[in-house]
Each structure stands twice: as structure tokens, then as C-alpha cells.
Design a protein around this ligand. Structure first.
Ligand code: EPU
Length: 341
């Protein structure tokens, strides 16, 4: 095993996952230099281990007491303005940078574009994995390119948006073809001619009184909404939305509307309908309820919380009970949003 790699064994992960699940990692490496990944890839024993790439641990549910893998905890730091195009300023952050810290930094540089995604927990490196989004914006909207280390080839390369195959809370990195890839840094193109994105009604309402809102003012409004609705992982263990908003056919939606006229749904460009999972869970009576030490956040039914000392298995049991109820009532199976380990 490479003597120059600061590898550890049996490392507690409670502090590294926002659900605060008390799991342990069999092998653990804090990655502070991309060259460390090349050394892992070149070592036959280490390269053969299953890997878990860990950013802020805010979109993760560890279902077992032991993570039988090599945990690569991304600690690559640094952010900079790296160039420009006729329309945009290019900013790059390395994978371990805190996402919200990065958004704040872009705002401090006078750059708009990421403000609707202020206060999302996690790291910059994790942001393209599930194409994070909030209040009418997604990472893919301002994405320029990213750099990956590829464990399959032992090399580093650049990927553009097309190669990342972004979808709703989805990208190539969540699929088999992307499993060998580790994001090292992400570059964003922030528009020179910024206009506020106020597609999300509640956000538009929040800045209504401001004649020409600045990126900073939009960010502040987003932060206020999030603080009102979503639990702070520093206080209550959670991983944000636990389920994706499900997409159903127009016919299925019409059938549901006949019984539930107040069903929250949004027509998609392809004619299908996206339903608000929070609404479905809420209507099943789960909001504020709990199963053992796992609970449903009282202000937003889409967020599962650790009410203190819950195991991953307890959270999963609650998730399954909710999936079963929603399926029985509405005929749609909710899909978890976090990565299940
Ligand atoms: N609703 C209820 N009851 C609830 C929760 C929601 O009736 O308990 C209704 C709301 O009244 C609203 C609708 O459901 O009409 C949608 O709720 P909301 O606007 O809060 O957004 P969401 O669809 O529940 C999504 C994202 C969030 C993101 C918000 C705002 C997903 C899975 N979640 O939630 O992202 O912050 O929109 O854009 O797409 C995350 O991914 O971790 C996350 C927090």
C-alpha cells in the first residue's frame, strides 16, 4: 500500500453525513490533492476496493453500520475567476469547496447566476452529480465544464454539459457509465447580462417590493424561504428532499385530479406531469409523524429527519412506509433522491 497516502481504517462517519447516521468506513482517505487518486488507482489492492466518493454528505443515506468501501472524502480546496467568454465570466471551484460558501463568493465578486441555489447544503463537487436545483434554477443552467479523474483509465479529463447528461436531479455520474469518475473541479459560466430568475412564485413574491432586485437581494430572499421551510442539518439530521418529484402520464394525472382537485402538478415539455411529492406525502397524513427515531419534517413533508440517534435502517423503514402509502393511494412509487449506501 502506498506509504505516502494518509489512509485510515474504521473511521466514524457521523460528522460527515448530514443525516448523522453513526456508520464507520472500513478504509478512509481525505483527498487534498488529485495526485492521491492516481496513486490509489495505481495500487492494485486499493483500486480493487469498492469506492464511495464523499462530499458534504448531504445527499446520502448510509443504511448500514459499516461502509465496506474505500471512502474518498473530497477536500480539494480553491476557487477563482478563470476566464471569460463574450457573454459570461468563468469561475472555477475545486470539488471540496462548500457550495453555499462558493455561491456567497460569486456574489461578493458581483456575479449573479447561482443566487437561486443559495444555502443548498453540500460541496461544489457534488453539485453536478444530482444536478442540484432550487427555486427554478439548476446547476446545468450555469454549467460550463468540469474535470474528472477516471479510475477506469487512471487519467484526468474535461467534460462538457452534453457529456454530463444532466436531467432532473440526475447526471451520467449517477449511472453505471459514470461510476469510475470522480469530479475534481467545476467551472461555471456566470452571465454578464444578469436578469433575476423569478419563475418560482414564492420567490417572485418575496422580492415584489424591490424595483430592480440584485443577485444579492434574490439570494437573501432564497435564504429566508429556505430557513422558513427546511431544517438546518446542523440542528436536525436530514438530507434535504428525500424523494424526487415523480413524473406521471397526463392520463394518470387527470384521474388523480378527478378525486383530488388540489393536487399540485406541473406539465412537462413532453406532455407528462410532474407531481409534488411533498403534497402526496402530506395528503397521506405523514407530515410531522415519525416511525421510531425517524420522522417527517413538520414544515415540509418531502424532508425526512433524524430525530436523534436514528440508524440508516430506521430512516429506510420510514421511507418504505411512505412509499407504500403513496403508492396505494396515488398509484405512483416515489423514488429516493439521496444516494443510498
Ligand atoms: N407541499 C405540500 N405539503 C408539503 C410540502 C409541499 O402540500 O408538506 C406542496 C407545496 O405547497 C407546493 C408543492 O408541494 O405546492 C411543492 O413544494 P415546494 O415548493 O416546497 O417544493 P418541492 O417540490 O417540495 C423542490 C425541490 C427542493 C427545492 C424546492 C424549491 C425536489 C425533490 N425538491 O421541492 O429541493 O428546494 O423544490 O425549488 O425537486 C432538495 O432537492 O433537497 C431540495 C430541497
Amino acid at each position: 500500500m502506498p506509504a505516502d497516502l494518509p489512509l485510515s481504517s474504521d473511521v466514524p462517519l457521523d460528522a460527515f453525513n448530514t443525516f448523522r447516521i453513526p456508520a464507520r468506513a472500513r478504509r478512509y482517505l481525505r483527498v487534498t490533492d488529485p495526485a492521491q487518486l492516481a496513486r490509489v488507482a495505481a495500487d492494485p489492492q486499493l483500486a480493487a476496493l469498492p469506492r464511495l466518493v464523499l462530499g458534504g454528505g448531504s445527499n446520502l443515506l448510509i443504511a448500514h453500520d459499516e461502509v465496506d468501501a474505500l471512502v474518498l472524502h473530497m477536500g480539494l480546496a480553491g476557487k477563482d475567476i478563470v476566464g471569460e467568454t463574450p457573454d459570461a465570466i468563468l469561475v472555477r471551484a475545486r470539488a471540496g469547496e462548500n457550495w453555499h460558501g462558493f455561491v456567497e463568493w460569486t456574489l461578493a465578486q458581483g456575479l449573479g447566476g447561482l443566487e437561486n441555489m443559495a444555502l443548498i447544503p453540500g460541496t461544489v463537487g457534488a453539485s453536478p452529480i444530482q444536478n442540484i436545483g432550487a427555486y427554478g434554477a439548476e446547476v446545468k443552467d450555469c454549467f460550463h465544464a468540469l474535470t474528472v479523474f477516471d479510475f477506469a483509465t487512471g487519467t484526468t479529463r474535461t467534460m462538457d454539459a452534453a457529456a454530463c447528461r444532466f436531467g432532473y436531479r440526475d447526471s451520467v455520474f449517477k449511472h453505471a457509465e459514470g461510476r469510475a469518475l470522480v469530479v475534481l473541479d467545476v467551472t461555471f459560466a456566470l452571465p454578464r447580462a444578469w436578469t433575476p430568475n423569478l419563475r418560482y412564485a414564492e420567490l417572485a413574491q418575496a422580492v415584489q417590493g424591490i424595483a430592480a432586485p440584485t443577485p444579492r437581494q434574490v439570494a437573501d430572499a432564497v435564504i429566508a424561504i429556505r430557513r422558513r421551510k427546511l431544517p438546518d442539518p446542523a440542528e436536525i439530521g436530514n438530507a434535504g428532499s428525500f424523494f424526487k418529484n415523480p413524473v406521471v402520464s397526463r392520463d394518470h394525472c387527470a384521474t388523480l385530479l378527478a378525486t383530488w382537485p388540489d393536487l399540485v402538478h406541473h406539465a412537462q415539455p413532453d406532455g407528462s406531469e410532474k407531481l409534488a411529492a411533498g403534497w402526496l406525502i402530506d395528503r397521506c397524513g405523514w407530515k410531522g409523524k415519525h416511525l421510531g427515531r425517524a420522522g417527517v419534517y413538520p414544515k415540509q413533508a418531502l424532508v425526512l429527519v433524524n430525530n436523534g440517534g436514528a440508524t440508516g435502517a430506521e430512516i429506510m423503514a420510514l421511507a418504505r412506509a411512505i412509499q407504500d402509502d403513496v403508492e396505494a393511494r396515488f398509484g405512483v412509487r416515489l423514488e429516493p433522491e439521496p444516494v443510498l449506501v
